[in-house]
Design a protein around this ligand. Structure first.
Ligand code: NAP
Length: 334
C-alpha cells in the first residue's frame, strides 16, 4: 500500500497530461508525458488554455511547410498560462517534443508575452494567433491605406472574420467577404463586411461577382486564406483582355490554403495588370510582433475584436480534433 502511494506521488511529480501525437495520420490522445525541465533562458509554463487551429492540424499531419515534428510529441503551437512567478503570459513555440496542449510546457523566454488581466484565458488563447496574423497581413504586409477596398477570401473562418473587422479598424473603405458557407456569409455584416460573394457559384458567375464587387478601382488589397481553385478564378478575373492604362494597383497577401496548396499563375495576369503577390512572410521582428500583440489584445479587451470560443477539456482532445466548428475556435483546457 505504502509502495503504491509512493509510486503515485513520484508519478504525479514527474508526469503531466498532454495531447500526445504518435502518428501523422491519427489524432493525438490525452496521455501522460514527462514534465518539462527548463534550460537556460527558458521558462516553464502552467498552461491554462490552448486553441486548436488549422496550423496545429497541419503540423500534426506532417503537411506544414515548417516540416514534420519528430514523434512522439505534444501538439499545439501556442497558448496562455502562468509562469512560476505567477505572471500570466501568452506563449508560442514550445521546445519540442513539448507543446501547448498539455498541463505544462517549456518555452524560450523571448517567446513569452505578459498578458493584460481584462481578457480571459480561452479568449486570449483563441484570438491572439489569428488576430495578430490578420493585423500584420493588412498592416505590415499589405500596408493598407485608409479608404482602400479590401477583399477577404475565406472570410467565413475564424481568421477571415477577424480580418474583416481589423480591415475596418485600420480604416478600409469597402470590405468584401468571400466564402462558401452562405449561412455564415449572411451574418458577416456584423463583422464589418459591406458585401459578400459566395464562391460556390460557377466559375463565370464567380468571376463576374469579383469584377462587380471590386468596382471601377478594383480591390486594392486581397487577403487570401483559401488559395487553390477560388483564387485561380479571382486571378483570372484580374486579367485585362486589351491594352489598358493601369488605374490602380492590387496587393494580394497569401495567408492560408484552406482550398488548396497551389494555383496556376497565368503570365498574362502579371503583364496585364498591376498585381503584387505577397505572403505573410514568417515571424516578424519582435518589436513589430509586440506592437501587433498590444493592438490586438487591447482591442479585444475593448470588445472591438470578438471570437466565438468553445472550451473543451484536454482529456477530450481526440474527439475535438475531428470536429468541424465553422467560425468557432475550440480551446483545450488542461
Ligand atoms: N499565416 C498565418 O499566420 C495564418 C494565421 C491564421 C490562419 N492561417 C491559415 O488560414 C486558413 C484559415 O484559417 P482559419 O483560422 O480561418 O480556419 P477555420 O476557422 O477552420 O476556417 C476555415 C475556413 O476555410 C474554409 N474552407 C475550408 N475548406 C475549404 C474549401 N475546400 N474551399 C473553400 N473554403 C474552404 C472554411 O469555409 P466554411 O466556413 O465553408 O467551412 C472556413 O472559411 C488556414 O489555412 C490557416 O492555416 C494562416
Amino acid at each position: 500500500m505504502r509502495k503504491l502511494a509512493l509510486t503515485l506521488r513520484v508519478k504525479g511529480h514527474h508526469f503531466m497530461k498532454a495531447a500526445m501525437l504518435h502518428s501523422f495520420d491519427k489524432p493525438p490522445q490525452c496521455e501522460e508525458f514527462s514534465n518539462p525541465v527548463a534550460a537556460e533562458n527558458e521558462l516553464i509554463i502552467q498552461v491554462r488554455a490552448a486553441a486548436l487551429k488549422p496550423v496545429d492540424k497541419q503540423i500534426a499531419s506532417g503537411s506544414h511547410y515548417a516540416g514534420p515534428p519528430t514523434l512522439p510529441c505534444v501538439c499545439g503551437i501556442d497558448g496562455v498560462g502562468h509562469l512560476e512567478d505567477g505572471t500570466r503570459v501568452y506563449f508560442a513555440g514550445s521546445r519540442r517534443p513539448y507543446g501547448a496542449m498539455a498541463q505544462r510546457t517549456v518555452v524560450s523566454r523571448n517567446r513569452c508575452f505578459p498578458l493584460r488581466d481584462d481578457i480571459d484565458d480561452a479568449t486570449a488563447a483563441a484570438l491572439i494567433n489569428p488576430g495578430i496574423s490578420a493585423w500584420l497581413s493588412l498592416r505590415s504586409r499589405a500596408k493598407l491605406i485608409p479608404g482602400e477596398n479590401v477583399l477577404v477570401l475565406g472570410a467565413t473562418g475564424v481568421t477571415g472574420k477577424l480580418a474583416l473587422r481589423i480591415a475596418k479598424l485600420l480604416g478600409a473603405g469597402r470590405v468584401v467577404a468571400a466564402g462558401r458557407n452562405q449561412q455564415v456569409l449572411n451574418t458577416l455584416h456584423e463583422s464589418g463586411a459591406d458585401a459578400t460573394i459566395c464562391i460556390t457559384q460557377d466559375d463565370d458567375e464567380l468571376r463576374e461577382s469579383f469584377l462587380s464587387e471590386g468596382g471601377s478601382s478594383g480591390f486594392h488589397v486581397i487577403l487570401d486564406y483559401l488559395w487553390g481553385h477560388p483564387t485561380e478564378v479571382l486571378l483570372n478575373s484580374l486579367i485585362q483582355n486589351e491594352f489598358v492604362a493601369v488605374k490602380s494597383e492590387t496587393r494580394l497577401v497569401q495567408a492560408g490554403e484552406s482550398a488548396g496548396p497551389t494555383v496556376a499563375l497565368p503570365a498574362a495576369l502579371l503583364r496585364s495588370c498591376a498585381l503584387t503577390i505577397l505572403g505573410t512572410a514568417g515571424i516578424p521582428p519582435r518589436d513589430v510582433l509586440v506592437d501587433a500583440f498590444e493592438q490586438v489584445t487591447s482591442r479585444a479587451a475593448r470588445g472591438e475584436l470578438r471570437i466565438d470560443v468553445e472550451r473543451v477539456p484536454l482529456t477530450n482532445v481526440e474527439n475535438a480534433w475531428q470536429r468541424q466548428e465553422p467560425g468557432r475556435r475550440l480551446v483545450l483546457i488542461p
